[in-house]
Design a protein around this ligand. Structure first.
Ligand SMILES: [Fe+2]
Ligand SMILES: [Fe+2]
Length: 329
């Protein structure tokens, strides 16, 4: 068809890091003949640079390289959110069991033993590049969800910037509570995605300039469950779903959708719940204007008195806010 030229899909790129010339040449020859694009480097430092610059789909690392060895390169790649999902194969000597154990601890996805059998190399790279393409698809599905969440936000001019502020504050509070990196990551994504289920709430309810009737409120409440089931097929959103589902639950059991109580409310959802209320109070809404941060803080503390939020969390949030105001002011 005229005018519908689509570029061919990018060839799968394999990075080979090995200080032995003959092995690099062999891998390059085998993989190139299978249609892969091969980038080869001679040591660990060059491997890390090549990953950053070339975004390979599969990485083959010799364990025994001068400078930074393959296991350390692997450990660094797996510790970095940008490269964590790129499959890494460690190439080890025949009887190097301790290397394998260290490799597993470093997060290696697979191993090849020298001398490497050509069939095994090809099969390993083929299966890992399939896996990489699957995770790439999931990644872009999540990106599509975030775009959806921002579109929903844009439907309502009053909530402009809400998701971004929530992501920021939720991480701030999570950090104040000393939560690990995985939780901070979920809080960041949860900030953006918590209200994604509002895609299922009609404009007549979502944008109503005034208090909702009971029937309308019942429709509005459903955004928690809609969002949760929307995200259910995405493995990568497993850690974010409790936030989407439970950010309106309250410790005294008065929230929705489940009327959960106390510890039944997932910690990350409690955190997003607090910053969601704070943001709602400090932004203009159709039926009232924003209140100042001090009054919003007092309101959160009164919610603690009413056993809706944890005292520890609310105080940590107010401390974090003060601290970030001092730092940025
Ligand atoms: Fe919500
Ligand atoms: Fe919200």
């Amino acid at each position: 068809m005229i005018g519908t030229h689509t570029p061919p899909p990018r060839r799968t790129r394999v990075l080979v890091a090995d200080d032995t010339e003959s092995i690099r040449a062999l891998f390059e020859k085998l993989l190139t003949s299978d249609g892969y694009q091969v980038v080869s480097v001679v040591d660990g430092v060059a491997a890390l640079e090549a990953v950053r610059a070339q975004h390979p789909d599969v990485i083959l690392l010799d364990v025994g390289m001068p400078g930074i060895d393959g296991i350390e390169v692997c450990r660094r790649l797996k510790a970095d959110a940008a490269t964590r999902l790129t499959p890494v194969v460690l190439v080890t000597g025949l009887s190097e069991l301790p290397d394998r154990i260290r490799g597993i601890e470093a997060g290696a996805d697979d191993f090849l033993t020298k001398p490497v059998h050509p069939h095994e190399l090809r099969a390993r790279v083929a299966s890992l590049s399939r896996m990489k393409h699957l995770t790439d698809e999931l990644d872009s599905a999540e990106a599509a969800f975030v775009a959806l969440a921002l579109t929903i936000e844009a439907r309502d001019p009053m909530t402009k910037g809400h998701c971004e502020r929530l992501a920021h504050w939720a991480v701030l509070l999570g950090r104040g509570l000393g939560l690990p990196a995985d939780d901070l990551d979920a809080l960041h994504r949860g900030g953006y995605l918590h209200d994604v289920g509002k895609v299922g709430v009609p404009d007549s309810v979502l944008l109503k300039p005034g208090p909702l009737t009971d029937a309308e409120f019942a429709v509005m409440k459903r955004h928690t469950e809609i969002g949760d089931s929307l995200c259910a097929p995405l493995q990568s959103l497993r850690g974010v779903r409790p936030i989407i589902r439970c950010h309106h639950e309250r410790l005294d059991g008065s929230g929705y959708p489940g009327g959960l109580r106390g510890d039944e409310v997932p910690l990350l959802a409690q955190i997003v719940g607090i910053v969601d209320v704070y943001d709602a109070l400090t932004s203009d809404r159709p039926y009232r204007t924003a209140i100042d941060p001090d009054a919003a803080s007092r309101h959160l503390l009164s919610e603690v008195e009413r056993r809706k939020f944890s005292k520890l969390h609310v105080e940590a949030f107010l401390d974090s806010l003060r601290l970030s105001a001092v730092v940025s002011g």
